[in-house]
Ligand binder design. Structure first.
Ligand code: CP
Length: 311
């Protein structure tokens, strides 16, 4: 694996999930693998889980970790041929090469604009680092993908599933702010590679990128989609067709204990209580959210381990 930009960069997903579960049982087994190696984590946006779990994962492998919030660095220019006469002080071409001298691996978190669809779809920030860095790059949530999250989600489903082929529902849920599509996209792509019965539910107007959804069944009726679900993954996203817009807030799409029945509840966190999902679900044994967050460490650890092995 050269970079980890998308879930498709993992060659054998099922084997990788098994390896991550084995790492979870013995997290310090490969402490010597990362000795004298450094992970540099670049955050263009806020984070709680990704920041701590990725640092912990690298430290479990014996690596040094340096975290940089880009708000504390020189403002970067990404445009090729730019006349840098305005506020951007440093081009990504220099920055990525300079950081590569300090880092064995670079992690990048860079959210979408949600205003410029073409720019977001081009993954301009993540791909610039992957292009100009001379070391492997890890996607810590980009404009269109959050593969560390979806790998952790797949580990959680693998650990929890009771059936050979469980029904997994990804359902849109209300939220007061316009949110990206990255978590939903990566969850769909990852579950499409798993032996599960995957479906998606959302109000009309919230159709996701058709090149990602492909032939996964889509319901506009949440109650119908919830029937016989074993896993219910709630996530808000803004409109993809009317890019970045909130078309409605549909509070009746909030997940409740009554709606999910006996299903396990999943969310990537952070979650808005009693907007996305009611307290009774999050405070019950049916919620897998804390387990998902724990698995973020082992998802990151197996990815870093594989990148170190391919150096
Ligand atoms: N789920 C997730 O990526 O959490 P953070 O935004 O807190 O890192």
């Amino acid at each position: 694996m050269k970079h980890f930009l998308n879930i498709n960069n993992i060659e054998d997903l099922n084997a990788t999930i098994k390896e991550a579960i084995a790492l979870k049982a013995h997290p310090f087994k490969y402490q010597s693998q990362g000795a004298q190696k450094t992970l540099v984590l670049l955050f263009f946006n806020a984070s709680l889980r990704t920041r701590i779990s990725t640092e912990l994962a690298a430290k479990n492998l014996g690596m040094h970790v340096i975290v940089l919030n880009l708000s504390d660095a020189w403002q970067l220019e990404f445009e090729d041929g730019a006349i840098m006469n305005f506020q951007n002080s440093e081009h990504v071409k220099e920055a990525a090469k300079v950081i590569s001298q300090y880092a064995t691996i670079i992690g990048v978190r860079a959210f979408p604009t949600l205003t410029d669809k073409a720019k977001d779809q081009s993954e301009w920030i993540l791909n610039a680092f992957a292009t100009f860095a001379t070391v492997p790059v890890i996607n810590m949530e980009s404009a269109t993908a959050h593969p560390l999250q979806s790998l952790a989600d797949a580990i959680t489903v693998a650990e929890t599933r009771q059936k050979k082929k469980p029904k997994v529902l990804l359902t849109w849920a209300p939220h007061p702010k316009a949110l990206p599509h990255a978590v939903a996209n990566s969850f769909i792509k990852t579950m499409q590679l798993q032996d599960v019965d995957l479906c998606i539910a959302h109000p009309e107007g919230y159709d996701l990128d058709p090149t990602i959804v492909k032939n996964t069944p889509v319901y506009y009726n949440q109650n119908k989609a919830l029937k016989a679900a074993d896993f219910v993954y709630a996530k808000n996203w803004s409109s993809f067709s009317e890019y970045g817009k909130i078309l409605n807030t549909k509070s009746d799409w909030m997940l409740t204990k009554e709606k999910i029945g006996a299903a396990k509840f999943m969310h990537c966190l952070p979650v808005r209580r009693n907007v996305v999902v009611e307290d009774a679900v999050l405070d019950s044994d049916q919620s897998l959210c804390i387990a998902q967050s724990n698995n973020r460490t082992f998802a990151a650890q197996i990815v870093i381990k594989k990148l170190l092995e391919s150096l």
